[in-house]
Design a binder for this molecule. Structure first.
Ligand SMILES: NC(=O)C1=CN([C@@H]2O[C@H](COP(=O)(O)OP(=O)(O)OC[C@H]3O[C@@H](n4cnc5c(N)ncnc54)[C@H](O)[C@@H]3O)[C@@H](O)[C@H]2O)C=CC1
Ligand SMILES: O=C(O)[C@@H]1CCC=N1
Length: 274
């Protein structure tokens, strides 16, 4: 990124910190980043890293080129309503990472005619391996679109959608997705320990296997199903494990889980977007 926009985070919790960590690792100057939190003691560590910190959301909206909204969806409306006057004057680009909340709700709470990019990132942004879905409302200029792209691509893969509704599915796949893999890791570690491995050995082997499988799938020119078949020898060991997963309808479980996730995202838009 050549010209670093002044970037501000309203809410510096888990997701904001993952994005900030990814940006800093990519060389984004810490002194071009602001973090706003009601309790400054919670962001002292960010100040130590060279970020600017404040407890005034109005100040950051007035002074930043790009404002990342990273508070919980349940409080987003209450956080934005008092910012509309400052937003109308300074017209920054808003990037919201809040699950469920539509760009039109955000635009309305900010007084209208605001540039809003709605983004669904994920926490692997922290290690530069994030995956973000992005949608721009009609007020977003080409330059602002490039700014949003530059910020989020510093944390990993970006994918723009023209239909905002697709962000529900993106939430189910990649926004919440890391948690599914962590859950699977937890289950594998615990089963490894049950079979007599130490916790340390089971953890190391599970994590390296997850990393190796993901890296191999990324680098391969064949799909994951074919890679799975290549591990599964006829009448061998893997086959028994796969049959056990299939007896429990793993595919159906995953489809149910991701359906529930997207349904919650849609419901949050209705409950919280008014
Ligand atoms: N955690 C995740 O994996 C992902 C989270 N998201 C979205 O990111 C957003 C934040 O989620 P998390 O970081 O997990 O939550 P979090 O609770 O860790 O962070 C929210 C932060 O906002 C701060 N805050 C509360 N009131 C505030 C105010 N008035 N002004 C400024 N800051 C205020 C809180 O002190 C807290 O540090 C949510 O909208 C969530 O839907 C999106 C994708 C993935
Ligand atoms: O669980 C949540 O609501 C947030 C959004 C996607 C991941 N975490």
């Amino acid at each position: 990124m050549k010209n670093y926009p002044t970037l501000a985070f309203i809410g510096a919790g888990n997701m904001a910190r993952a994005i900030i960590g990814g940006l800093i690792k990519q060389g984004y100057p810490a002194n071009k980043i602001w973090a706003s939190e009601p309790d400054l003691s919670r962001i002292q560590d960010l100040q130590t890293q060279g970020l600017n910190v404040t407890d005034s959301n109005i100040d950051v909206v007035s002074n930043a080129d790009v404002v990342v909204l990273a508070v919980k969806p349940q409080i987003l409306k209450a956080v934005l309503l008092p910012l509309s006057e400052a937003a109308q004057q300074s017209k920054p680009l808003f990037i919201s990472v809040a699950a469920g909340i539509t760009s039109s709700s955000i635009n309305r709470w900010l007084g209208g005619n605001q540039s809003v990019v709605r983004c669904m990132p994920n926490t692997p942004a922290l290690v530069g391996l994030g995956a973000s879905g992005l949608f721009a409302n009609s007020d977003v200029s080409d330059e602002q679109r490039n700014q949003a792209e530059a910020v989020m691509s510093a944390t990993g893969l970006t994918l723009w959608v023209e239909d905002e509704q697709q962000l529900h599915a993106i939430t189910a796949v990649s926004g919440s997705g890391p948690a599914y893999y962590f859950l699977f890791m937890e289950a594998m570690i615990s089963a490894g320990v049950q079979q007599g491995l130490t916790l340390d050995a089971a953890t190391q082997l599970t994590l390296q296997t997850a990393k190796g499988a993901a890296e191999m799938a990324l680098q391969s020119d064949v799909d994951p199903a074919e890679l799975r078949r290549r591990v599964t020898s006829p009448n061998g060991t893997t086959e028994q494990a796969i049959l056990a997963f299939q007896r429990h309808d793993l595919e159906g479980i995953v489809a149910d889980a991701m359906g529930a996730c997207a349904t919650r995202s849609i419901a949050m838009a209705e409950e919280l977007g008014k």
